[in-house]
Design a protein. Structure first.
Length: 184
């Protein structure tokens, strides 16, 4: 999805799986001449048997996708300086439990996860999409403290379904307008 719906491109992706990092996933981009590479560090894929193979695929995709996606989301966010003060007051958007202590990082986390919703929608059957979207939304709100994520995610999905031929950087002005109208 990212390669089709975002303007920037990467030449190489490296993903390191390790049980030592727990949930502290991260990504870093590098540029050497014209060669662009991104490296991601994610937790080892360990599952219990309660999931179907499709659900396991969706769960693993989320872990990797939300790291890869920062390499696409963050550079576009950088071109919208108003994001730095957009989510004000921040405690209406983020309860602070995850260390995202500013508008910029909170916005990028909302965006990466909402764009994963679009990936789920495009790549999984309706029942898997609906189940995983609900689980991920609840996780973002209840466990990670991203208070308005459900509404944000619904807005992004509605925009995406209404604008199938647009690239995701075109969503930014619309999501910024939507955020400015949201009440605390």
């Amino acid at each position: 999805m990212a390669r089709k719906k975002f303007p920037q491109k990467y030449d190489s992706y490296k993903i390191y799986f390790s049980p030592l990092i727990g949930g502290a996933h991260s990504t870093k981009s590098f540029l050497e001449g014209s060669f662009k590479e991104t490296i991601m560090f994610v937790d080892a894929p360990i599952f219990i048997d309660q999931y179907t193979s499709q659900e396991k695929e969706a769960i693993l995709a989320r872990v990797i996708f939300t790291e890869i996606d920062h390499n696409y989301v963050n550079p576009i966010t950088d071109s919208f300086p108003e994001v730095g003060n957009l989510l004000t007051p921040l405690d209406c958007w983020n309860d602070g439990s995850q260390g995202y202590n500013n508008s910029y990082s909170t916005f990028n986390e909302y965006m990466t996860w909402a764009i994963f919703t679009l990936y789920l929608y495009d790549n999984f059957e309706k029942d898997i999409f609906e189940k995983r979207n609900e689980v991920e939304t609840n996780f973002m709100v209840d466990n990670r403290g991203f208070i308005k994520y459900k509404e944000f995610n619904e807005f992004v999905l509605d925009w995406y379904l209404s604008n199938p031929n647009k690239i995701l950087s075109e969503l930014y002005p619309e999501i910024i307008k939507w955020i400015k109208k949201e009440k605390c």
